[in-house]
Design a protein around this ligand. Sequence first.
Ligand code: ZN
Ligand code: CU
Length: 487
Amino acid sequence: MVGPTRFCKVTVFDGSGAPGFVADVEIDGDRIVTVGSATGVEADEIEGSGLALAPGFVDVHTHDDLAVMTQPDHGCKTLQGVTSVVVGNCGMSAAPVSDDPLGFSRYPRLADYLRQVEAAGPAVNVGALVGHGTVRAAVMGLKSDRVPDDRERAAMIEHVAAALEDGALGMSSGLAYEPGRYAAHDELVDLAEVVAAAGGVYTTHMRDEGRDLIGSIEESIAVSEATGVALQISHLKASGRDAWGTTAAALAVIDAARHRGVDVMADQYPYTRGSTLLEQIVGAGALDGPSAFAHVQPADLLIAAAPGNPHWEGRTIEEIAADEGVGGRQMADRIVEAEGRNCFVIIDSMSEDDVREVIRHPAVMTGSDGVPGGSKPHPRLHHTYPRVLGHYSRDEGLLELADAIHRMTGMCADRFGFADRGAIRPGAFADLVLFDPETIIDTGTYTDPTTVPEGIRGVWVNGERVVADGAVTGARPGRVIRRPEGQ
Ligand code: ZN
Ligand code: CU
């Protein structure tokens, strides 16, 4: 057990969005003991003048399902101040067993997966969603494009209910992907009803983030209106040149729904480039002409991960094609054939103005959508939080620091039902990040994405220090966060 630690004269941002104030903060064991009034107990002291102390960041949108076990230090997240992650996004979760998109659904029940996470003992806290796509693939197969029959419908409901019983925070969908894209309104409503009854959240990677962005938002809202489920739109963006400039209208649809009492919020990663499966882009016909991704050239696609051919990583498909002496379009097919669902690419897809419009919306929180794997992952995996705080908040002045912190702490903990986290107050868990607001900044680029961000002085999870001086300490105090029963 760790002894008491006192953070002296830090500027405390409590995660609520309230302005910072200078105080001493003491932690003991896994909890925050005092804020402001020193107890006088013997404690390790950390001098914090000029530094900000915030609740550890809660990454509400991750694909860290396996990475928290295979890389339990999880430096990609802790080094940027993240202390908790939500896994199982975009319709894909580790349970139940299926042949689903990323091929990592290997556990019969979510409880089995969560027990494995506990056994692996990661540095960060982990909460999980159950993926609609995984559930659908388990019941109907990956390729079934029809409406579920009564038996299948009942089996899917049972899987979702079982996951919620095991502590799932809610359900995610990935309606742009197979098999999520085969799901119609009624199917989503049947399952969202189960989520709503349990007090969970329904997150969705929408059907179309491009030319039919508005229609997709309306579709998502309709599910919430039919069931009362808390709706979280994942990585809200206007994707593809044809959709640029539509975020104002998209946010107006969200505002109108919120006005009617619909519980809809969203998350965002702070970049103009996206990252997805190459197979998804090729399959959508984006290299052949305008599609939901608009029209993409082989030169626009940078390989982030190609585990079977790591020499392709960090290069564009055009460059690889030139080496191989084939056309770009043909090369894309060859890569998909060789790598299947393991190949992720980075694609220039958003306008800066749209990103700035979304980031300031009061119902939008931060989520990295980082995809672990490959040597050149999208820099959002390692740098999302310092980029929001340093670039967009401090340098660009788009958000007050306290507001930016709120969108990565208290707002997220509230949304996903994390009790006693995302806040600095006596009794809360000692998940903390100490950083220099003058120097915090992302350092990762698309060609050199796995660097360490600057300005993070220390990170604590459940009272134990997991980051010191820009390096992980090796401590792995993370816990599984299960949705509280009867909430
Ligand atoms: Zn997604
Ligand atoms: Cu995602």
